[in-house]
Design a protein around this ligand. Sequence first.
Ligand SMILES: [Mg+2]
Length: 231
Amino acid sequence: MKNYKCVLFDLDHTLWDYDTNAAEALNELYVHYELHYKSSEPAEVFVKNFTEINTHLWDLLDQGKIHRDVIRAERFHRVFQSIGIDDYALSLKFSSDYLDVSPKKKNLLPNAMEVLNYLHPKYPLFIITNGFDEIQGVKTTSSGIHHFFKSVVTSERAGSKKPEKKIFDYVLVRYGFRPYEAIMIGDNLSTDILGAHNSGIDSVFFNPQKVVHQTKVHHEIADLLELKRIL
Ligand SMILES: [Mg+2]
């Protein structure tokens, strides 16, 4: 077991159960906005289409191909169009409500709380996320995990996003750690794992779906509890 001195976590899809929380918020808003009167598609299709469109837009954002404002302005417009509703003004209103409702959802990935309780007395913990500053803090607070972390570092605050080295350095330099003393845990190969690699930091790929890949990672886990054998 290597002697790490700090542990870096991704937030969305690693600790905070993005898919479940998004689905809860979307189902509530689907009813609130009476979309069943405006579209022939059921809420399940709406949620499924959101996941596809949202994942695609976030991939583009992570690759630096679009600005974050595009996600806010376009995401629900496209989802609405996918279920046959062409109403840009309504999509913006929906988007604003979604950004209010969704981060307040509390679902965590299985065993997240247990593993944070285990790690918290042993290591300083940090979150490094490409999410928005005013959103990510709400998520950690509402899901009851905020107190575990010395800092929740967003790309906005660091002025850099994963997989760039700068956002990892932002934490290491500020808190006095060397890259080899840190370990990064995340679900995304092209941001979390590549970013850790770019920064000389060991990585743990959290891969609950057991997706087949060719990327070289230091550790791979399908359940967060497996961190207990690494840390
Ligand atoms: Mg993630």
